[in-house]
Design a protein around this ligand. Structure first.
Ligand code: 4UV
Length: 541
């Protein structure tokens, strides 16, 4: 391992050869792909209705979107919020915003009013794209919003903003002056709680997106012998999450692949879509992998023949789920990927090119990226085979947390190393394995939940004196939030009432699934919740 691991510096280098990164802005990387002839290849297909955007229409639509946005006053430096489920229009908005040199911020469409308010204010978003029935929320906040109907074809003229169809309907759009964009300009403000605390804006630049495209998606495509233009990807992963946004929106469309968009996960519809569109690639989280395996066992026939690769990531997957999948569909290449919001989804990916099939590992480090495995008590750097906290460095690492130099300084050191908060080891062949998490986040079906955010909600209840939230294992969702609550003496508060109280204030996926009343919350002398002790408490319940 002398070439890829250096004992003197403790640095793990990528085993892949380095990739030359372009120095121009992100959109120039993709515009030449969008403009070339695609021989009628579909860019985006709605899995249910079959509505299609061919590549030949994609760039004109993006330019119309940019032109429409320009006409309603959006320009370089502005921030546009997207609060939408997956749709074939989601990428059109994304590229339209980037075309102008403006930046995106995305949110789960199930977010509550306080959550939307917080992110809108923090990111300074001045315009939102949302579902028609969410317009009211933005109206209440005094923020302009454009309704994007799930199926398209609506005619909404609400709140004095042009309707979506009008924004993208102009086939000869007024040309938009292309701004001068620098590599370090912001393209996206994604939200993550990082290793501690509540959600923070992760500032991603043009350089970060270019790195993601080159080191992750295009590099991976180059590793496989087949043409990415013949690949059909079924995308259920939400496009508002870093994994969906990076891989499936920005990445796949810049490869010229076909993206079949599922608006909402449904196991039967997934099977129908795989058969109908001859899907070759499927990106999953552990829960989807289990659903796919179950269907593959019950639905026989030729439907699975087209499938070439399934990738799983975003949350820990069990060995049993992997083995079950691999045995059920042995002709399909199974890989895992690892990344995070703060690294623009770049990290490691499995490369099962026949020589080495390590399904259980998260694969090899992406090119141009470096890693360290650090003993979080002593700070020493650890060699292959030894576990510690993963640190990452490279061109895909975020610029920092928005307006939060303290959190940035805790997360990225002066030499550019990002603390991931994940406990990992590299094996003797350089494959990355994840063991546990040092950081607080809870991963519910792959989505982040910040314990600190839920704790802040608990203590607003007049009968609750203190609360600590941690994750409990869950067969279906992977992890669910559970809370230890200290109530006021004599209070008759019940578990059900406490759960309901929190549920009214947070998005449904963040609901606390279990509440345990306790006499004290384990805190350090400085008042910090001792989260490892909390986990110990769970084992004693
Ligand atoms: O910030 P985030 O919500 O980001 C993600 C990103 C997932 C990706 C990215 C690129 C891929 O190729 C891919 O397959 C998946 O989820 O959460 C980041 C944290 O999620 C956990 C880990 O704790 C990260 O710090 N995580 C991400 N991938 C895995 C994982 C994995 N394969 N196994 C276990 N945990």
């Amino acid at each position: 391992n002398s070439r890829w691991y250096s004992p003197e510096t403790g640095i793990y280098h990528s085993k892949h050869p380095s990739v030359n990164l372009p120095t121009y802005p992100f959109l120039d990387v993709v515009s030449h792909i969008f403009s070339k002839s695609h021989n009628g290849v579909s860019a985006l297909i709605d899995s249910t209705s079959g509505r299609t955007i061919p590549y030949s229409d994609l760039y004109p639509l993006v330019k119309s979107m940019a032109s429409g946005l320009h006409q309603i006053g959006i320009s370089q430096g502005d921030v546009v919020l997207i609060l939408l489920p997956n749709s074939i229009y989601f990428p059109v908005i994304v590229f339209g915003v980037l075309y102008l040199g403006a930046a995106l911020t995305t949110m789960n469409p199930l977010s509550t009013l306080p959550e939307i308010k917080k992110q809108t204010l923090d990111s300074n978003a001045t315009l939102a794209f949302t579902l028609p029935d969410c317009l009211g929320k933005f109206h209440q906040l005094g923020i302009r919003a454009i309704a994007v109907p799930e199926t398209g074809g609506f005619d909404l003229k609400q709140m004095g903003v042009p309707d979506f169809d009008k924004l993208i309907g102009e086939r000869n759009p007024i040309s938009v002056p292309r701004p001068v964009i620098r590599q370090e300009d912001t393209t996206a403000i994604m939200y993550s709680s990082g290793t501690t605390g509540t959600c923070k804006g992760v500032v991603l630049t043009h350089r970060n997106l270019i790195s993601m495209i080159e080191l992750f998606v295009r590099f991976e495509a180059s590793q496989y012998g087949y043409s990415s233009e013949e690949n059909v990807h079924l995308v259920v992963m939400p496009m508002f999450h870093i994994y969906g946004l990076s891989h499936s929106v920005l990445g796949l469309l810049s490869l010229g692949s076909t993206v079949v968009v599922m608006r909402k996960f449904d196991a039967d519809e997934m099977v129908t879509a795989i058969g109908r569109y001859r899907v070759t690639h499927f990106t999953a989280v552990p829960l989807l992998l289990v659903a796919l395996t179950a269907k593959a066992k019950s639905v026989e026939g030729t439907v699975w023949k087209s499938l070439k690769q399934v990738c799983c990531g975003a949350a820990p997957v069990t060995r049993k789920s992997i083995e079950d999948f691999v045995q059920t569909l042995p002709h399909v290449d199974f890989i895992q990927g690892y990344g995070m919001t703060e690294s623009t989804a770049v990290g490691s990916r499995g490369f099962n090119t026949g020589k080495c099939r390590k399904h259980i590992s998260m694969g090899l480090m992406a090119p141009n990226m470096e890693a360290r495995v650090v003993d979080w008590v002593t700070g020493s750097f650890l060699p292959p085979g030894t576990s510690g906290e993963l640190w990452l460095r490279g061109p895909a690492i975020m610029k920092g947390y928005l307006n939060n130099p303290e959190a940035t300084a805790i997360t990225i050191d002066e030499h550019g190393w990002l603390r991931t908060g994940d406990i990992v080891y590299f094996d003797e062949e350089g494959y990355l394995h994840i063991l546990d998490r040092l950081k607080e986040i809870i991963k519910y079906k792959g989505f982040q939940i910040a314990p600190a955010e839920l704790e802040a909600v608990f203590v607003t209840h007049p009968d609750i004196l203190d609360a600590a939230v941690t994750s409990a294992k869950d067969e279906k969702a992977g992890e669910v939030p559970m809370a230890f609550v200290l109530k006021r003496q004599g209070s008759l508060l019940s578990e059900a009432v406490v759960k309901d109280y929190v549920a009214t204030q947070v998005a449904p996926y963040k609901k606390v699934r279990k509440v345990v009343f306790t006499h004290s919350i384990p805190r350090s002398a400085a008042g910090k919740i001792l989260r490892r002790e909390l986990r110990g408490l769970i084992s004693r319940i």
